[in-house]
Design a protein around this ligand. Sequence first.
Ligand SMILES: Cc1cc2nc3c(=O)[nH]c(=O)nc-3n(C[C@H](O)[C@H](O)[C@H](O)COP(=O)(O)OP(=O)(O)OC[C@H]3O[C@@H](n4cnc5c(N)ncnc54)[C@H](O)[C@@H]3O)c2cc1C
Length: 819
Amino acid sequence: MTEATFGNVANAASGSLARWAALWIGSAGLLIIGLQPILLGAVFSEGRLTFDELAIAATLEIIALGMSSAVAAFWKRRVRMQAALFLCAAALFNLLTAGSEGAGAFILWRTLAGIAEGGLVAIAAEMIARAPVPERAGGLFVILQTLAQCLLAIAFSLSILADYGSAGGFEVLAAVSLLSLAAVPLILAAYPPLASRSGGVGFLNRISGMALLAIFLFFLFIGATWAFLEPMGLASGVSGHDVALMVSTSLATQIVGAMIATGLSGGRLTFGAVIASVLASMAVCVVFLAQPGWTMFGAAILGTGFIWLFVTPFQIGLTVMADESRSTALLVPAAQLFGAALGPLGASLFIDGQDARLVPVFGLGCLALSLLSLLRFRTLLVRRSAREKAEALAAPRWSNWSGSVRANPENLLQPMDVDALATAIRTAPGPIRIAGSGHSFTPLVETAGTLLDLTAFSGLIRHDPERHTATIGAQTRLGALTPLLAGIGHGLPNMGDIDKQAFAGALGTATHGSGLGLGAYHTQILDMTLVDGRGSLRRLERASDPDLVHATGVTLGMFGALTEVTIQNIPAYNLRRRRWIVPIGDILDGFEAFMRGHRSAEFYFIPFSGHALLCTIDMTTDAATERPTEDDEESLAILKALRTGLLRAPWLRRKLIGAALRRVPAEDYVQAWQNVYTSDRRTRFNEMEYHLPFEAGATALREIITLAETRFPEVYFPMEVRAVAPDEFWLSPFYRRETCSIAIHHDAAEDPTAFMREAEAIFRRHDGRPHWGKMHNLTGGDFATIYPRFRDALEVRRDFDPDGRFLTPYMRRLLGING
Ligand SMILES: Cc1cc2nc3c(=O)[nH]c(=O)nc-3n(C[C@H](O)[C@H](O)[C@H](O)COP(=O)(O)OP(=O)(O)OC[C@H]3O[C@@H](n4cnc5c(N)ncnc54)[C@H](O)[C@@H]3O)c2cc1C
């Protein structure tokens, strides 16, 4: 949660009268707290209720107030309607109280009034929680409400109660509620939801629970002490009249306490101020317990009043420390009111007849427990911040796109030229790896030693307009390369699904698109320049030494750091792309014809649907038409929702997906090559892709579909099926065979292991070769059997990197290199 978020809300409110209006409405709800003793005193004097009945009415009203303030805190919409409703309800129940006869009705109306008053308090609590400095807003709130209570108490004492009795008092309260309706249009119409704290430790965690407990216990002390001041005074030889005088005088110290707290708030004093208040209150209890004379008794009352309103704003700050979402702060009034209401009840257990001498003992007990809660709060808070610091330190310095591979290399270097690169390879702590754009799912880039970022080796270096060859910085991202090539009239013959990879990164894993007549990116290589494991610059030319380029073109980042590549392009061209939905059975039956029938053909089988989305791309001389906006991400979200909601009802899932697919419109457009092949993939996933002999593709796919639909209902990502042309590169999965590539994807937040292990067994049975950059479990021995020239490629690697500078533990396992 950022300051800015609060700032925005606060600004929206503070420029206007909204904040003060909300604070006033909350104060109207709390008027009863200051006036209850006077009003109920008058009811008692008039003989309307007994002392016990009044005690029940008072306690129930405050408890209802506390509970309703907590519940209403979750009402964030139509706030004005809420305020108007609760103000009218408060007015109504005060009027009903005024005219009530009998204890039952009186208690009922007071309880209902408490509910309405709680709703009003929640409105102020929301505004306080959202203020830039909640303690300060809380301080202003207690000052405002105390002053309002004070003024009304004076008016009640001077004339209202004498002239109109307790009924007149409740009628005045009703009038105040109705007049407060004028403030309603000024408050915010709705409160946006409070953000949850990053890391998920937000509302009502263990720490905020401790804070609320400490506040509740403190208010048990306040409630008990305030309720029994008169009997405690009598025990100390202070008359009831004098105690009343001292209580009235304490209003001044209360306001001073609130003002000082408001002035001090916003700093780092919160916890210290709360602890100091508890300790000072314990001292006050000791004074009461000692049954001192008039002066000390009076000083203890004034002190209690001061501490009471001094600590209240800091208690809000305490909950904000615990829960930065500030949701817990909304419960502070409830904790305070519950404490204040239950305090007298708890203390009454200690009173023997009229003897209230043990009330301070009860108070001391509550404060001691409050202190313990605060200390526990502190310990938990310190532990949490230590844990967060440790987590921040442990955050990886490098992670791949899906988040499945994380690395903390000792060194992250960004050499700016070939000399710096050579020096880094010679001298930096190993093992050394080179980062592309991190779009591989296997730990090819992971290292604990040095990770090289070769971004400086990017851009178009030169080109031949006749032969359509271009020399590029090896690290040029595909997305940056396409406009550069289009600008000189070149086209890449084919592309994969995205354009985020670095060109050298794509060469690193034999990245490919689809098309039985189209090779992967590495087939475009004419020359390569790299700095090998000894720090020597090498230039490899396909024309003069084809074997060497075929050995090293699928690089796995193990021959050296590529700096430049010359590639064979074709003249820029237009493409026509079509997409439409077809039953999977139809595609599989006519698999070969479909794949061979277009320059580029691929399809996405949608699990639990019986259908696939076909996509064909063919060259055209037609003029460009508008490219429709893609809603692939939205479709994925729907597939996920159906998966999650209908995990146990696959028949319904099939039906709903089928119905949705029937409405997918066919797509047909013409665009320049650079606008057709790739799209954005925002939903994170992990992926396994195996390259199979083309003729095995349809059978293998049927088996994979059966596996997913019978054993893994959690699968919802479409399976991608493509075709790739054979080539001569030794480590190419397309080495000397026409290929059908099948890719399965799994939500990045879910564990793909079980599904992928079983799918891998199927792929391997069909003589599959894994994509080097996608999840698989193969190691050196396996590759030696599936790549005829694997060992020859390792010999070349030894020549390029005899000291194993590029060999991490993963690379050693992958290649089967020991020692
Ligand atoms: C959303 C998404 C879509 C994808 N779509 C396809 C697709 O359609 N077809 C496909 O085949 N694959 C696809 N992939 C896989 C991806 O294309 C490959 O994993 C590719 O290698 C990633 O390129 P990169 O730049 O991220 O390289 P990285 O993953 O960062 O590195 C890959 C390898 O290249 C090496 N390397 C990087 N730069 C150099 C250099 N200058 N010199 C020497 N070695 C270097 C690295 O050391 C590493 O060994 C996709 C991946 C994702 C996440």
